[in-house]
Design a protein around this ligand. Sequence first.
Ligand code: R5P
Length: 318
Amino acid sequence: MVKLFSGSANPELSEEVAGILGIPLAKSEVVRFGNSEVKVSIKEKVKDATCVVIQPTSNPTDTNLMELFFFADALKRSGAKEIIAVIPYFGYARQNREHLPGESVSVNVVIRFIEAAGYDAVYTLTLHDEGTEGIFSVTFKNINAFKILGKEVYNYLTKEGEGRPKPDSAVIVSPDQGGVERAQVFAEHFFHTGNIDIAVIEKRRNLEKIHQSKALNLYGDVKDKVCIIVDDIITSGGTLIHAAELCLKKGAKRVIACIVHHDFSPTAPQVLSSEKNPIEKIFTANTIALKPEQRFPSLVEVSIAPLIAAELQKELSI
Ligand code: R5P
């Protein structure tokens, strides 16, 4: 028996996954107290069941994480046989090494907490650094969101009169050195073939100041091409905007972006929707719930619920 639970961070996505699987969401209650503490209660029988909890650990990250931990505890106490965390957006994934001496490597701590809370498996989408996978001692699955996003961008460009995008008319751009492998994965889903040359931007982050980076140089040929900037996360929008400006400066014809998680800082929607912003469309996934005021005309949100549902179907024989 499989029971699907939704945390409070992205109930629309959970509903969609439940709809695809054809199973109703199981009953639970999340209470927030005036002092900001949270309490989770399981409101139906789960004895000997495999229980799945869907909860992105996006902003408010710590609050959503605590809720995720408490779901595991409440399910264990209620006799669940196996507990799986589906974390569509994995908060703290970027704190994966000591960027400056003395810093915490926070993602390690978060993974230890998730395991200690009682989860037997963790599924996520397009984790910031694949190397983080090695830290998990429970089953871990990193679902590739570009399977859906790549198709969506391809369809958009085909419809927009470019014809079928080919490597001599379109180029995949990584906005930093760390994103090259990710851009190659996207390229495979976009062009349906491997061995594609991609362009890479040399980015320098100011490690002393948050959300500040510069695009220093671009390696690769973007002249007269449609540039598709591929990244895992947008927060301030700085990385993306600087990359787009540099592509245009080097002669790009159009700039489109495909970025999985819209983990927006408060000012990002305004910055990205400004008339000065040179990006034609920004394709993202619905791993994080968007507030109405965070939406803007060039932002396209694509549902990755079918990918989560397919993974659960395959693993749990639903
Ligand atoms: C960095 O390594 C990530 O892949 C993103 O490029 C970065 O986190 C985006 O942040 P922002 O939008 O604040 O530049």
